[in-house]
Design a binder for this molecule. Sequence first.
Ligand code: AKG
Ligand code: FE2
Length: 284
Amino acid sequence: MPGRFAGLREAYRRDGFVVVRGLLDVEEAVDLRRRLVEHSGVTDADFEDVEDGVPRKWTSPGGVAKTPEFQHLLFDERLIELAREVLGPKAVYLHHNDLHAGYSSPGWHRDNVHRTFSKGDDWSEEKAPYRCARIALYLQTHAESGFKFGLIPRSHQRESRLVQWERKAPRFSTVRRLVMGQGLAFARARWIATEPGDVVIFDHRVLHCGGRTRGPKYSIYLGAGVQNEHFDRHWSYYRDLRTDLNYPEVPEALQERLLNEGLWPSEEVPELDHVDHAFLPSVA
Ligand SMILES: O=C(O)CCC(=O)C(=O)O
Ligand SMILES: [Fe+2]
């Protein structure tokens, strides 16, 4: 019997992402938002002073794993079913998750290890397919925030020379910003006006961008993947190389529960102290 997500795999593999409207109930999203407010100390009033559409308030790397109020999401059958539909039935927990209260990432970027198109092992799928994704839950309405999440379909597989040039050319970018807002001149973005309960699952290599906001913005990002060389590289990148983010260890009790539920990777993820061409912020 086809499941509720049947058919999404094809779109995910083609575009690098899919959007599932109303996967969570609005009441659940409201409850998650309440927990996020409580946990972060950021409230709706803090968004009154948003300047230039870019709030940069609070983020907690690894926050879903380390905060008991959010751990249940890692066992949510709907999210697991979605991840397994698009990534494959062996998808498990990937230790890359965040809580965001007002945090935004407004420039076009990727979240994988090798962020320059086609440079580095993330872009080589001859030995193993890239089957790792982020699962984004946005918890505010479009009406109150003005927020849209932008993604460039197929940018996990291709990037034209014009886009490569556009993303590197700062002078051109200033002109472009005035003329086109946040869009790219040489690639057509999809802008998703997210509503509470909507879920976006995307390949880490897809170019994406947080739209400008003028109100409250709260989100939760989870990670999932099929264990292979890309999965291991991604996991150890956040754990071992992104010291700027200070990733927590997965709490032992959570690890145990993930293991019992078939959601823990079957092989230990090897430690890495260097990855050629890996993106590292200069402050790291
Ligand atoms: O909500 C946003 O601004 C996008 C967040 C994002 O892309 C990230 O955290 O990597
Ligand atoms: Fe991102």
